[in-house]
Design a protein around this ligand. Structure first.
Ligand SMILES: Nc1ncnc2c1ncn2[C@@H]1O[C@H](COP(=O)(O)OP(=O)(O)OP(=O)(O)O)[C@@H](O)[C@H]1O
Length: 242
């Protein structure tokens, strides 16, 4: 089943910038779908529209059977966005932060389960401000999980993390998939997409220029890793413009 359906989606900001120029794609339930593209391609704009933070200018957007913007109230109940700049309450502990969000959703009974699943037990009494960058991201995801989301939007989840913390977070993202949560991952780290994504969508100047599995893209450009294949695709796009 397609949990996300987007058809001919346009976003034209008030200043006239056409951030999205008629994109169409679908995401299957339980899939890890990675959105790639250079700075300014429209990734964040797409996430904001899919999570009902922004209204589309034109086009069809359906999330879990609900249309945006008409049924955004329902969409907001089943999606969660973990932004790059998530700020927990710095003087509250890990547990208190998660409990705070759980109260908002009236799901305080889920706090222990989430702490357990995300291996946060040994850190639960630490204050947010004392945590490493990797643990802060983990807590951000934990806070996002309290509402029982069906879809999680992750915007550059591992930016600024050291290689070990990044790998830890990849394991966590994979375990979310095991929980049948659909993951929409915007990233500039091609290795991250190669390791995690079932499929990638490549955005370029507001248009989708490829949707494929990482290995299909690597085969198409005869490259051994996704980063090389992506760079070859970007070269192709640039030369088509000239
Ligand atoms: N609120 C806004 N008002 C006007 N233009 C905007 C606004 N937000 C984004 N844009 C423009 O829309 C285009 C797409 O931006 P967006 O942030 O969606 O790209 P992105 O792919 O997420 O980029 P990055 O990788 O740098 O995060 C850019 O040209 C950007 O300058």
């Amino acid at each position: 089943m397609h949990i996300i359906e987007v058809e001919d989606l346009w976003k034209i900001y008030k200043n006239g910038i056409e951030a999205l120029r008629g994109i169409s794609f679908t995401v299957d339930e339980g899939e890890i779908f990675s959105f790639l593209g250079p700075n300014g391609a429209g990734k964040t704009t797409t996430i904001k529209i899919l999570s009902c933070v922004l209204k589309p200018s034109k086009g069809k957007v359906v999330v879990n059977g609900f249309s945006s913007p008409k049924e955004c109230e329902k969409i907001r109940k089943i999606v969660t966005t973990v932004p790059q700049e998530f700020q927990g309450f710095s003087d509250l502990t890990v547990r208190e932060n998660i409990e705070y969000f759980a109260k908002l959703y009236d799901t305080t009974d889920k706090v222990d389960e989430i702490i357990q699943k995300l291996n946060l037990k040994e850190h639960e009494r630490k204050r947010f401000k004392e945590l490493s960058g990797g643990l802060k991201r983990k807590v951000a995801i934990a806070c996002g999980l309290v509402g029982n989301p069906k879809v999680i939007f992750l915007d550059e989840p591992t930016v600024g993390l050291d290689p070990k913390s990044r790998r830890n977070l990849w394991e966590l993202i994979k375990s979310l998939k095991d929980m049948k949560i659909t993951i929409f991952l915007a990233t500039h780290y091609l290795e991250e997409a190669e390791r995690l994504a079932d499929r990638v969508g490549v955005l370029y100047k507001g248009r989708i220029v490829r949707i494929s599995t990482p290995s299909e893209l690597m085969n198409e450009f005869k490259k051994e890793n996704l980063e090389e294949a992506y760079l070859a695709l970007m070269e192709e796009m640039k030369s088509e413009e000239e």
